[in-house]
Design a protein around this ligand. Structure first.
Ligand code: SAM
Length: 382
């Protein structure tokens, strides 16, 4: 349905009206109107939530707008009217999705409608790796099946773009991507640094899976991406003569993320990025009399363990001299594994962060955590 909505909203539209709430919907509005407007040369979308005479507003970009409209139509409203430049669309989403199309009745303000999201890599620029990976069709359109991938790649590159000032300009940017898997994002990163920033890069992808690595290596050679190489191996065993400027691990499983952080810290890498997943290590260890309630239910316990694991990692990174923050990587609709831990080396350790880590650990019964163990064993923390 989100793909369908995206197609309908591909052309400029005047407004969207959502109405007729589903029986039992727990919301404090009865109608929502969405209108595009221009803000600093970017098109944003204003949501107007109405209940009687009460009106509230919310503004957001295209992707969030698309998700929000989809969510409202799926869970809250039965009717959705889209007044677009070409047609009026009337969607009914009550048990079944139905679409009616009529000639347009409202004039669209094109000035407010520079709708197309400014992606870092656009579909029509002919990025060779996107064509090879089947994300972009040969005619320059986005493959419907790979639309989410296209968005994920661009979202990822937006994060990378924010870090570009940290890259060395007088020598190749050195990057290692741990647990690179099929490497859509590794190829995207290489393309971005070399083609978009015009810098040279040495990017190395490492993964346990031999067949995947061979496939990626062959593709890199076919594309002539000379600075991009892949190898099969375990993060823990990996060593590099030249310290990478940036260490990345995206969805590497369980404590593989800790090993990636530890490697980055050991090299003194300027940037470490990780989107952790499968945080299993702490779950069975969490205890504490005062935590009995929150630890009682499996699903809550699992989520809490995930949050404590990632908070622990972030605090430990701060403790050894990285400025660390967290951001939503991609929206929850696509994967719940969506927290990006972003660390930039500043050099000076942070004692408060270390104390905060130890008190978190104590609060949950004194668990054993891989990154802490590695840092302690190697004298980075006490
Ligand atoms: C879920 S995939 C993610 C792939 C890619 N980074 C992405 O985000 O699309 C996780 C990958 O990490 C690899 N991996 C897990 N533990 C690893 C380790 N200790 N050393 C190297 N690779 C590892 C797995 O083989 C798998 O391909």
């Amino acid at each position: 349905m989100y793909t369908k909505l995206n197609e309908l909203l591909a052309n400029p539209f005047h407004s969207i009206l959502l109405s007729q709430t589903v029986k039992g919907a727990e919301v404090d509005f009865t109608k929502v109107m969405v209108k595009p407007f221009l803000s600093k040369n970017e098109t944003l979308y204003q949501f107007t939530y109405t209940k009687g005479k009460q009106v509230t507003h919310e503004n957001m970009g295209f992707d969030d707008m698309l998700n929000k409209v989809g969510e409202l139509l799926e869970n809250v409203f039965v009717q959705c009217q889209i007044y677009s430049q070409d047609n009026d669309y009337h969607i009914t989403h009550f048990k079944n999705y139905k679409l009616r199309t009529q000639p347009a009745t409202k004039k669209v303000e094109t000035a407010a409608h520079n709708r197309k999201k400014q992606y870092v890599i656009t579909e029509d620029e002919g990025a060779d790796f996107l064509i090879e990976l089947g994300v972009i069709n040969k005619d320059g359109t986005i493959s419907k099946a790979k639309y989410d991938k296209f968005r994920q790649i661009n979202r990822y590159l937006e994060f990378i773009a924010d870090l570009k000032d940290e890259f060395p300009k007088d020598r190749p940017v050195r990057v290692v991507d741990f647990g690179c898997g099929k490497s859509y994002l590794t190829f995207a990163l290489y393309y971005y640094i070399t083609q978009k920033l015009g810098l040279s890069a040495i990017v190395h992808g490492l993964d346990l899976k031999k067949d995947v690595v061979e496939h990626c290596e062959a593709l890199a050679r076919r594309l002539g991406y000379d600075g991009l190489t892949f190898a099969c191996g375990d993060i823990k065993e990996y060593s590099s003569d030249l310290a990478p400027d940036m260490v990345i691990s995206l969805h590497a499983c369980d404590t593989a993320t800790d090993e990636s952080f530890f490697k980055g810290i050991g090299w003194g890498s300027k940037i470490i990025l990780a989107v952790p997943c499968c945080q299993h290590e702490l779950n069975p260890q969490l205890k504490g009399e005062q935590n009995k309630g929150i630890l009682r239910y499996g699903i809550i316990r699992e989520r809490l363990a995930t949050l404590i694991t990632d908070t622990s990692r972030a605090l430990l990174l701060e403790a050894v001299g990285y400025k660390t923050d967290m951001a939503e990587f991609i929206d929850m609709e696509h994967t719940p594994k969506n927290i990006l831990i972003r660390c930039i080396r500043k050099g000076k350790g942070n004692k408060d962060a270390l104390n905060e880590y130890y008190s978190l650990k104590e609060q949950y019964g004194g668990f054993s955590q891989t990154l802490e163990n590695r840092l302690k064993d190697n004298g980075y923390i006490k």
